[in-house]
Design a protein around this ligand. Structure first.
Ligand SMILES: Cc1cc2nc3c(=O)[nH]c(=O)nc-3n(C[C@H](O)[C@H](O)[C@H](O)COP(=O)(O)OP(=O)(O)OC[C@H]3O[C@@H](n4cnc5c(N)ncnc54)[C@H](O)[C@@H]3O)c2cc1C
Length: 400
């Protein structure tokens, strides 16, 4: 065993304990999920369904009848914050927290930006009154002109009008952060395309300087599939330490690998992505270790469905006598996926949360489309979900 494997082993998770994982699901519900994942494992079918659903939504044809009882039910909490309440309650009854994620994708009009800001402010208010919701979240690209963010990120000259747009973006970011600070609720800022990230990082660091003086309220996201992110994380922690503020760190591997590689090739610049999965995995686990080594000034949010990285962080905690419920260490998975990981963490008393997307069917279609694509393209994800459900159905049958 490698040193890291030995540490991960300390966690002692039983990811094959399907009885606990699916205790909250009836047999007909499990059969339905199995059917859904089986359909999602067929790339041709997913591509066809994706294109049809998007076209229908764009042309105003209702798609809810097809999507709502299937993909939506598996991956989305409800249309509104209020509608998500039963989901939040059910998760909490199993020691799992929730993060309600308004999953509308970027629009391009000022009114779209404002409506996302207002919904995010509502979600902060909602979290403030609910102990089961320790974080709020939003996508910065949904509240600003991405063309301007791209120009800034690439150090291109911008016009006075574009500068005005950049200022408005920053003001919206500050409005949301200020509300989170006043509500004393942590705020996760998602990461998306490499193109826009530098402009976003700069504003988020300003937010940390303003609002992370006493604790980590503002969390930026580091996509560890980028080969420059470990150094960037180290630099951010050092600078934050020098300025006497906490760093909120959300770690993910990154969801846009194929797109980033294609864009880099088409644009004639070097790919920002690690050359292979092993390098991404190593960078991710290095980042976990870096965070644990700096726990006095940072809080870490481990957003992954990777069994090893989950065990590795828990193992590091055990090795260093850090209690499972340490308030600065969080684990998270997406709603509808990898319940076997969430359940083991909850059973052993770690701080674990589900990202629960919400929003009207038409607005969350791009999110659902990404989940469906991911489940065909991410090697093993669907296979793993299916084999766990199959094992549980078999176990239940043999119990009769
Ligand atoms: C709670 C939560 C929040 C999230 N928030 C965000 C977010 O804000 N922004 C975002 O981009 N994503 C986000 N994601 C998605 C995340 O980035 C991953 O796409 C997804 O979780 C799969 O990675 P994994 O760590 O779970 O596990 P794994 O299945 O072990 O890893 C798959 C990932 O490894 C990387 N990878 C795979 N093959 C290669 C290769 N050949 N070369 C290099 N790298 C490779 C890719 O990033 C791929 O997605 C979030 C995920 C969770 C659970």
């Amino acid at each position: 065993m490698t040193k890291r494997e030995t540490i991960a082993h300390l966690a002692g998770f039983d990811f094959r304990d399907t009885k606990s994982t699916f205790a909250h699901k009836s047999t007909p519900e499990l059969r339905k999920s199995a059917l859904l994942f089986r359909l999602m494992s067929k790339p041709g079918l997913v591509n066809f369904a994706n294109k049809s659903a998007m076209t229908m939504a764009d042309t105003g044809i209702p798609v809810a009848w097809a999507v709502k009882p299937t993909l939506y039910k598996q991956f989305v909490g409800g249309e509104t914050l209020k509608e998500c309440e039963p989901v939040v309650k059910d998760l909490k009854s199993r020691n799992i927290n929730a993060i309600l994620d308004y999953s509308a994708e970027a629009g391009s009009k000022k009114s779209d930006y404002e409506s996302v800001v207002n919904e995010t402010l509502r979600s902060i208010e909602f979290a403030k009154h609910n102990d089961a919701i320790p974080f709020t979240v939003f996508k910065p690209t949904a509240i600003g002109d991405t063309q301007v963010l791209k120009k800034i990120s690439f150090n291109e000259k911008i016009t006075a009008q574009e500068q005005a747009e950049a200022d408005k973006f920053k003001a919206r970011m500050f409005r949301i952060a200020d509300a989170a600070y006043k509500a004393n609720t942590r705020l996760l800022i998602d990461a998306e395309d490499f193109w826009f990230q530098e402009a976003i990082d700069n504003v988020v660091f300003e937010l940390m300087l303003n609002y992370n003086r006493d604790r980590a309220i503002i969390f930026n996201t580091w996509q560890m599939y980028r080969h420059d992110r470990l150094e960037h994380l180290k630099k951010t922690i050092t600078e934050a330490n020098e300025k006497g503020v906490f760093t909120g760190v959300k770690l993910v591997r990154g969801a846009y690998m194929e797109k980033e590689r294609e864009r880099a090739e088409a644009g004639g610049y070097p790919s920002p992505i690690h050359p292979d999965k092993v390098s991404t995995d190593n960078a991710y686990n290095d980042a976990l270790e870096l965070c644990i080594n700096n726990l006095d000034t940072i809080e870490v949010f481990n957003g992954t469905h990777n069994e090893f990285s989950t065990s590795y962080l828990a193992g590091l905690m055990i090795e260093r006598n850090i209690p499972a419920n340490h308030p600065g260490i969080w684990f998270a998975q997406l709603f509808g996926m990898s319940d076997h990981i969430t359940t083991q963490l909850a059973i052993k008393g770690y701080n674990v949360t589900k990202y629960v997307p919400y929003g009207p069917v038409n607005k969350v279609l791009p999110y659902l489309s990404r989940r469906a694509q991911e489940n065909t393209s991410v090697k093993g994800q669907t296979g793993r979900e299916l084999s766990l459900i199959a094992a549980e159905l078999k176990r239940r049958k043999s119990e009769k």
